[in-house]
Design a protein around this ligand. Sequence first.
Ligand code: PLP
Length: 455
Amino acid sequence: LRNDTLDQWDREAFFHPSTHLAQHAQGEAPNRVIRTASGCHIEDRDGNRFLDAFAGLYCVNVGYGRMEIAEAIAEQAKELAYYHAYVGHGTEASITLAKMILDRAPDGMSKVYFGLGGSDANETNVKLIWYYNNILGRPEKKKIISRWRGYHGSGLMTGSLTGLELFHKKFDLPLAQVIHTEAPYYLRRPDREMSEAAFVDHLVAELEALIEREGADTIAAFIGEPLMGTGGIVPPPEGYWPAIQKVLDRHDILLVADEVVTGFGRLGTMFGSDHYGIRPDLITIAKGLTSAYAPLSGSIVGDKMWKVLEQGTDENGPIGHGWTYSAHPIGAAAGIANLRLIDDLNLVENAGRVGRMFNEALQDAVGGHAHVAEVRGEGMIAAVEFQKDVAAGTFFDPGDKIGAQVAGKLLEHGVIGRAMPQGDILGFAPPFSLTESEAAEVADKTAKAVAAVLG
Ligand code: PLP
């Protein structure tokens, strides 16, 4: 197809996610059409190459162009492209993958319920939690606590769990069963004199107060990303998770670890729960499960919930929940090949080792800049946050779009980072196969982009 035809059809026919409608109406610039990709690089239709330091949407964890996964998908499509997974049926691929996931999951996990993407897996989680409390005879224990700035999807329930205003306004969200608590965001702590330990105490007190106000007997679960992603790439302060877990245990509130970004190696450990010593009752997985070679997600159900769910009686019949494409064989084949590749190439170890180097290189490159408030990260994920006056702790006017400007300059240097949606934050989450020289290149070009925008 000719470029101008593609541009015309794109404008006429394609309603893209996250479209800025006003800009669309004004005939914004044509979309970049990506043609091919290999390793950490993508290439557009005009032959421009970019180092993708965000791995798509932090999902192409093993890197692009992995023939092992492409071939596994092709083999599966030829042998059996589809059969459903409703009770009484399975496929070799989906059964094998369920076993492989449990073999890698933190201790205390019992079963895998498959979906397609992270949002629907979190919908599944909420329904399983409600079902569980129904079996226990306490259907009123229903509310879910999420964190401001948490990201858990963009459906009606999952958009409610997401603690970003953009996903609420105009949609009458959050739903009444969802309540939010403060994010563990040390840079934005309420009092700049607070130590990290005092900030954790403060977050615990906030959570306790919320539970007290709402009543523990109305609260079913707490959901959080081990390391907050879309809300700003925010590692938790030291001691945060054990302290939160203690509060939840005391009030018999389940813990959902949303590991859509952190699952399968991004922090240098197989799961973020392993990294921070979290004992979740449910784990959400998606993105890294297949490295996005095919859509697939899952809810890993812990022993405590499974033991109760197992006692479900005939009165309800089968659980009224499932998707046509749950455990799709092509997604499962991609997942198997992906997890094998991660093992064979030691990619979790690489994410930890090169990721640490990458974080240090970023710190060296821009950490001392007058407008860089923080370079933070863990394993193969990192962020640079900008402030107007670092000593005073004041932020730029959001209208200045400093984060987006720096990301734009970086793109001109051939590197893709991501301007995170709330705040002046430049995010990175490269494929785990990033090499040391690619890590150094991203850091170096980030310094150039920052200098171009902020001097
Ligand atoms: N949970 C987390 C932590 C995510 O980062 C995302 C997506 O970025 C989701 C859930 C939603 O996943 P999906 O976009 O596949 O529905």
